[in-house]
Write a protein that binds this ligand. Sequence first.
Ligand SMILES: Cc1cc2nc3c(=O)[nH]c(=O)nc-3n(C[C@H](O)[C@H](O)[C@H](O)COP(=O)(O)O)c2cc1C
Length: 358
Amino acid sequence: MSILFEPTQIGRYTVRNRIFMAPMSRYRALEGGVNPKTTAEYYSQRASAGLIMAESTRINDWSGGINCPGIHTAEQVTSWKETTEAVHEKGSVIFLQLWHAGRASHESLMPKGRDVVAPSAIPIQQEVMIENGMATPTPPRELTLDEIAELRADYAHASRNALKAGFDGVEIHAAGGFLIDTFLQETTNKRNDQYGGSPENRFRFLREVVEDAIDIWGADRVGVKLSPTSQYNNVGDGNVLETFKYTISELNNYGLAFLEVNEEMPFTQLPPEKRAILDGLRGYWTGPYIGNGNYTAETGAQRINDNKATAITYGRFFLANPDLPERFRRNAELNELDVNTFYGGDHKGYTDYPFLNS
Ligand SMILES: Cc1cc2nc3c(=O)[nH]c(=O)nc-3n(C[C@H](O)[C@H](O)[C@H](O)COP(=O)(O)O)c2cc1C
């Protein structure tokens, strides 16, 4: 497993190990989408990660998500600065994940005058969290071309703000059935204009967002997260291979810092035919590849040793083990994960997971 502890190059950065922290929403932001003080502590506790992907963060006030932090106001930038400074003090690298929920949202999460929107007016069944618990998402309205242009500008504004907040780069969230993923996938994008139809057209919105981020950061500080075979949030492409072969090949041309792929969803097992698709897609990416989903220390190291991944993002293990690299190094026992404190609440299940010998 020693490969996990070898430094590697991720875009502009030489990172000290290949045990990265996956982006994880914790729904603890305060009024106005600013972080509580504990957020800086939470991330700095986990700064022995080679690289941290900070959680899904709203690009505008109609991105959806209950108590998700934002990066579209000056107050939000100031509050994220506390986190980036705390993480840098401990010598780690931190990227911010830029996010819009698209149709995985609810009218109660929208400011006045805004609707739940998506590339096409196709509803989903998977529930979303709102003020009083879980609810069926509000059926989305199809985005107008003006709104798509506005969203593009909001992503660029969020990218610029992430730079001001002291992040080391941005990860564009194009996975998980959220806004960008629903542009990419055939089943959720039935548009007749330049943003729908062919793989090229369905990729257009992600291309614009990525190119704007590159203008702001340089390609070596921009990454993308995809989940080609996931059906989370009711996505699923009729022709995954064709869609994502195009998407990944095109992204490959930019020389991005990394591609992160959620290969397997938490608590599930990928069927062999989907694994074969992912293995096929892997060949279209030549830059740093970050594998994600149900990896252990052993399977992660194996994947890197097989030259299939550069690094691994660990989600739930990092959530429950602030000192995950040290635990892997010592082959120490891992803390038990408390799913009841994943989302919302206070420091419990956030900053109080114990370190080894504490
Ligand atoms: C509590 C929780 C919140 C999550 N929030 C996000 C998120 O904000 N953005 C994202 O891309 N993935 C999110 N995920 C998915 C993780 O990044 C990761 O893909 C998934 O947990 C699989 O990795 P693991 O098996 O190592 O946990 C979340 C997962 C969990 C458990």
